[in-house]
Design a protein around this ligand. Sequence first.
Ligand code: ADP
Length: 456
Amino acid sequence: MTSHVRAWLAAFAVAVALVVGIACDLLLGAAAAERAEIAAVAPLAAAGAAFAIAIGVGLLVRSLIQRSLGELAAAMREVVRDTSRRVPPVPAPPDDALREVAEWVNFLAEDADKSHRALARERVLLATVAEGLTQGVIAVDGEHRIELLNDAARRMLDVTSTPVGEPLIEFVRVPQVFELIEGDEAATAEVQLASGARALIRVARKFGHEGRVLLLEDVTAMRRLETVRRDFVANVSHELRTPVAVIRANAETLLAGAKDDPAMAGKLIDGLHRNAERLARILADLLDLSRLDAGQYRLELGRVPVHAAAEQALSAVEPSAARRGVRVEVAAPAELAVAADPKALDQILVNLIDNAVKYTRPEGRVWVEARRDGDAVRVEVRDDGPGIADKHRERVFERFYRADPSRSREAGGTGLGLSIVKHLVESMNGAVGVEPNEPSGSIFWLRLPAAGSVTT
Ligand code: ADP
């Protein structure tokens, strides 16, 4: 009981004592004649007074306790609403029951507050980890509503909003995913998403809860690389098969007796030589590509005058140009220079001029021109041949892509030259492309940083 209640009770007792005292005094001072009547009603009056006092005291005590409990309940309500608040201290001795209740409520509130803070810290930690993952993470509840969707998952699903609480089906319309979620076991499947990405999805049960956690791994690039590698191996085998078959057939024919027929032997040996040369070219190009891919093709950028580089490349192509009667002209200001690796630039120009000579018409013409283009130098290799059809133009820089396969093979091409050119130009911070020439033929162009405009 609180001191508050005690004080009220003490005041009430004093009041009752006063009333009883005054009543006794009045009764004793009354006429003696009336004493006999008084004696008759006295026990009844005393009992009535005692009953009234008992009821009064009971009601008073009840109302005081109710008031204190009401105050405590109101304070507890506040604490439940906001666990950072506390029940005000009850001014009572340490063994007072209400005081003890208030202390326990504060202890529970402190505990709840700590748990809330720990939970909030864990949520932040979980969100940070989820956002930092390169894997997509999606958590759904028992009704397949999204509870968590990290950045990587948003990217894979092409989602810009934060759709927490929304049904997963609105963002992933792949039946396989829902079969995985419905299944009892942790399972994996590779699916194609609407965004075009290929994803490896692992589904795990949420510990002790309804719903699932989905882990998405973007395997698009990996699968594309696998396809490229498979195609590349198939293309290489295909390219090697023909010269190897010719070499083997010619050697077998020679061994079978043709070596004794001078005319026949000459032809067969010529075939052996041409195909061995072709094998060597393919292998040299493959080696260049693999060194470029592996970053082992060391480029040392320096100042290279364009006119001199074009003339040097032309001298390597001149014999084949002379054979086809093709005239090649070089026009470039003498002072024009690019920031490039001289060996790589030579390989690029030889490739482009050789192609122009190979694919233009017999007795055709080829122009090699260079001019300043802002911070860069633009070099063009132009021919007046049949040109390249629109559908092939975009793809001629791909490995083994040929616009005219039989013409390329007949001219001794490997189908790798332009892919090496592109790789080299881009490694020197440049760009390369092809456009149709007017009225006929092609313009292969490249842009390289002008010497002096780059720090090398
Ligand atoms: P290739 O060894 O076959 O010449 P490239 O990679 O150098 O391989 O060229 C790819 C294809 O681009 C060629 O097979 C050819 O069909 C086409 N091509 C390249 N240059 C020209 C050109 N100047 N005119 C017409 N077609 C060309």
